[in-house]
Design a binder for this molecule. Structure first.
Ligand code: IPM
Ligand code: MN
Length: 365
């Protein structure tokens, strides 16, 4: 048995519920490939704040850096919304991304045929949608300095800074171009170059990288138009690359093509490190009720197999198990639409079927 260490940060809200399912599926699949996962669970976000007075500690950050592979649930909740910026659960997530150096966040948008009816959009618009959002994750307005709040003539104001350097843009652009080579060979770079200096730097830097990839087709799209195109004709996209803020917003919008934000996984990569997290948040309204959709967390675990463990077949096994669940008609509340042949399910129903699906496949010698 090969042994691999990973860190799990279940976090807040539905985070622990969905992370447990993802870990069980991940362990079961890895076992089939004679790989034993040694999982260390650590507190992160609001739950960490309750324990240590900080949403993450230096020790926890160090453990993640040392282990290099991190599976995260979700962070945040209303009880921590009034804390100072630096104490909020979200601050822990930004720090972790930055310290791990995971500058490229991959968010695949795939419409499963079985779910085409679950989207609020017309079936013919979304059917066959399959694109990848590459969101820059450790720069832009999330991290730019200066950032402060002050006052002028009795009128308080706040400043955030959107900053991109050529090297920051080019390294994430290369991730997008490399991904396009393994897909349909097209990259769409999204910016606001008609207004923003940082976007003009973005576009110029992407154009330079494109010269290294003559086999990949590059187009540019303004972010406002892109928001519209995602719901007008999502099939036009192959790989989309964009900055931190635009990628955050566009990926939530794109998630609805798939029926639910509860379906969207993500992988954040950079150097040797990988951070895997569902795109959905902590959903405090349904936390602890056993009704959360674990599929985004499970699909994130598949991405962990693919990118950090380099176990492509294991990744596909997990993805096939997800398809089996959807094919069986089981739907958690976020996906359930009363369609014939579907059954309203809770988290554990989905978990049981996933585990059954992955264990039915034969052990690989
Ligand atoms: C996401 C989330 C985070 C982000 C929050 C929780 C900090 O919305 O991963 O999309 O804005 O990046
Ligand atoms: Mn987001």
């Amino acid at each position: 048995m090969k042994k691999i260490d990973i860190i799990a940060l279940p976090g807040d809200g539905i985070g622990p519920e969905v992370t447990t399912v993802a870990l069980n599926v991940l362990k079961a699949v890895c076992n089939r490939y004679h790989t034993e996962l040694n999982v260390t669970e650590l507190p992160f976000g609001g739950i960490c704040y309750e324990q240590y007075g900080e949403p993450v500690t230096d020790e926890i950050i160090d453990a993640c850096k040392k282990t290099k592979i991190v599976l995260l649930g979700a962070v945040g909740g209303p009880q921590w919304d009034d804390l100072n910026a630096g104490k909020r659960p979200e601050a822990a997530l930004l720090r972790l991304r930055k310290e791990l150096g995971v500058f490229a966040n991959l968010r695949p948008i795939q419409v499963h045929p079985a779910l085409a009816g679950a989207s609020t959009l017309k079936q013919e618009v979304i059917e066959g949608t399959d694109f990848l959002i590459v969101r820059e994750l450790t720069g832009g307005i999330y991290f730019g300095q200066p950032r402060y709040t002050s006052e002028e003539n009795g009128d308080p104001f706040s400043v955030d800074t959107m900053r991109y350097s050529r090297s920051e843009v080019q390294r994430v652009a290369r991730v997008a171009f490399d991904a396009a080579r393994l897909r349909n060979g097209r990259v769409c770079s999204v910016d606001k170059a008609n207004i923003l200096e940082s976007s003009r730097m973005w576009r110029k830097s992407v154009l330079e990288v494109a010269e290294e990839y003559p086999d990949v087709e590059l187009t540019h799209m303004l972010v406002d138009n892109c928001a519209m195109q995602i719901i007008r004709d999502p099939k036009q996209f192959d790989v989309m690359v964009t900055g931190n803020l635009f990628g955050d917003i566009l990926s939530d919008a794109a998630s609805m093509l798939t029926g639910s934000l509860g379906m969207l996984p993500s992988a954040s990569v950079g150097g040797e490190n990988g951070l895997y997290e569902p795109v959905h948040g902590s959903a405090p309204d349904i936390a602890g009720k056993g009704v959360a959709n674990p599929l985004a967390a499970v699909a994130s675990a598949a991405m962990l197999c693919r990118y950090s463990l380099k176990m492509e077949e294991a990744a596909q096994n997990i993805e096939e198990a997800i398809l089996k669940v959807l094919g069986s008609g089981l739907r958690t509340g976020d996906l359930y639409t009363n369609e014939t042949g579907t059954i309203l399910a809770n988290t554990s129903d989905v978990a049981d079927l996933l585990l059954k699906a992955v264990s039915e496949e034969e052990t690989v010698s």
